[in-house]
Each structure stands twice: as C-alpha cells, then as structure tokens.
Design a protein around this ligand. Structure first.
Ligand SMILES: [Zn+2]
Length: 143
C-alpha cells in the first residue's frame, strides 16, 4: 500500500487508536497546521464522533475472523516505529525481512503473511506483504 504524496499528506497527522493492538481500528485526522489539527480533534470530541467511533470500533472488531494462532509477540511502538520483538517465528521460511528490517507476522483465518514495517508517516513506502504460499511452505512477496 503506497500513499501518493498529495497536499492532503502535508502538515500534521494524528492517529487515534481504539485499542492497544496492531490490528485495532483507528481514526486518522490531518491538517496543514498544528492549530487546525487541534481544532479538528476538539470538534471530533465535542460532536460525539469519538464516542461513535469507539462504539463502532468495538463492534467492528467482533466481525473479524478468528486468529489462526496467537502472535508470539505483539509489536510495540517505540520511537515512532514498530518494534517487533518476535521477528521471524521459528520454522518460517521465505521473505521474512525487507529493506526496512524484520517484517511483522500476522495470521488471520485462512491466511498469514509478513508485513513491512516502513513508517509511512515518515514518507517511507511500504513493501508488498509476503503471503504464505501453502504449496511451497514459504512466505513470498508476489512479484
Ligand atoms: Zn519494507
């Protein structure tokens, strides 16, 4: 997933997460100025948008397919970047890293993949995910 560099991406961006996990729903707000962003967050709070989002998010996460297995290590955020303490899980083969370092393993329902940890907010482009190829048993980026 790449984000084209448009005027919308300039200035300030706030991501409000509705949960502690990597897959928690989030609300992103952008504005060209810090004051504008502050005003938007205030409006979101006063209009009840945040409460609505919180309730909707709590419902939406119940619709997600069950995880095939619990991730061994939840990625944590440190210094603005995702730090994956687990890294590649034992026995996994294939494209487990990229130019941005260790990828993050995500398993849901019928699929699992390693995702790039590039920081899009810092202008880095994410590499495509490496999905598990069940025929070869290896994680591979589709080219
Ligand atoms: Zn990458």
């Amino acid at each position: 997933m790449t984000t084209p560099a448009t005027a919308d991406n300039e200035g300030f961006c706030a991501t409000l997460k509705f949960g502690p996990g990597y897959d928690a729903p989030w609300l992103v707000m952008r504005d060209g100025s810090a004051d504008g962003l502050k005003r938007k967050i205030g409006e979101a709070k006063e209009s009840g948008l945040l409460e609505t989002m919180g309730k909707a998010s709590a419902y939406v996460v119940t619709l997600a397919p069950p995880k095939a297995d619990k991730a061994a290590g939840q990625p944590s955020f440190s210094g603005g970047r995702v730090q994956n303490s687990a890294g590649a899980e034992s026995g996994h083969k294939g494209d487990l890293t990229c130019d941005h370092g260790a990828r993050t393993h995500v398993a849901k329902g019928t699929w699992e993949a390693y995702f790039c940890n590039a920081d899009e907010r810092a202008g880095e482009a994410k590499c495509p995910p490496a999905f598990l190829d069940k025929k070869t048993g290896k994680f591979a980026v589709k080219r």
